[in-house]
Design a protein around this ligand. Sequence first.
Ligand SMILES: *Cc1c(COP(=O)(O)O)cnc(C)c1O
Length: 382
Amino acid sequence: MNEQWIQFANEIKKMYGKDVVPLHEPTFDEKEIEYVTECIKTGWVSSVGSYVTRFEEELAKFVGAKRAVAVVNGTAALHIALKIVGVQENDEVLMPSLTFVATANAASYLGAIPHFVDVSYETLGMDPIKLNKHLEEIGVLRNGQLYNKQTGRRIAAVVPMHTFGHPVDLDGLLEVCDKFNLVLVEDAAESLGSYYKGKHTGTFGKVAAFSFNGNKIVTTGGGGAIVTNDDALADYAKHLTTTAKIPHRWEYVHDEIGYNYRMPNINAALGCAQLEKIKVFLRKKKVLTEKYEQLICNLEGVQLFKQPLNSESNYWLQTLILEDSLNRNKVLSFLNDNGVMSRPIWQPLHELKMYKNNPMMEMNTTMQLKQKIVNIPSAPIL
Ligand SMILES: *Cc1c(COP(=O)(O)O)cnc(C)c1O
């Protein structure tokens, strides 16, 4: 790596004022200490307490959805989101191969089969044109339900993911869903604060899942949420994630196999303090993007990925797109050796051993992007 790269690494360290710059880290102040301390002092740290309801209400309000149900993590949110829209054992669920493994695992927990779709260069997310072509080839509608001609299985849902916070082409995907009678469930784990045509991501599908893991834009330590405009689905999600217990002052009666997925009050307290600052985080992420744009000018063979057309991204993770002249692993080892924590995109899921025999379409763009993407430090600078 040449002089320009050494300068690039040094500028990043200077910008953050650190010798070793993490990829992402949470930002806390007195508010988090105050709310969490209150939980500890009053004893309301666990499954009962007012912060959970407050977090759910404030989250729903922020994204402009009717309801939010807080849960233990984003994976649990995806699991329940898929269950409440009716995904069943042996159904196929369409999703990008280029996503975090949780998207596929959540479908697998229900006995459903992830069916992998290629992504587009414009959004880094599911490509609606390729998806449409693929479904025209392999799909058949019977009694209003889509089936995979090659496997004989029902195709139940489409789960796009807003990669690194950049919204997918939702209009395109909604059109495909409409044409093939498919339910849209958004994996919005990375896209809190991201908008498509002025409307918050996670409000386009029937249900969406968000994550508040420690590395996400807003954290509850660990946490997630199911978001929907459908009251009946939200009520069902709440019921399922609280062990399916029928509310009663003392009786313990459960009416189906539920899950202990509820978010503890102490985590929700952290989340309430974080949500109060989200606008600041979003603004700082934009400033960081502008700074990186300037720094990247001096680097040959590199582009900074910018938000797609019609959308406003939260720029959760900053993304370098390398041209063929640059070797991804060389860039990664140079940056990590020089105190700038960086990582590649996930191994495409269709290459993992548990998913390698799953149904999928051609993966040209996914396989190209895998060699080109490097994420660089993205925490908002204070
Ligand atoms: C973070 C993430 C999840 C899961 O969230 P957890 O809270 O870590 O369980 C799911 N999908 C994507 C794309 C993610 O980035």
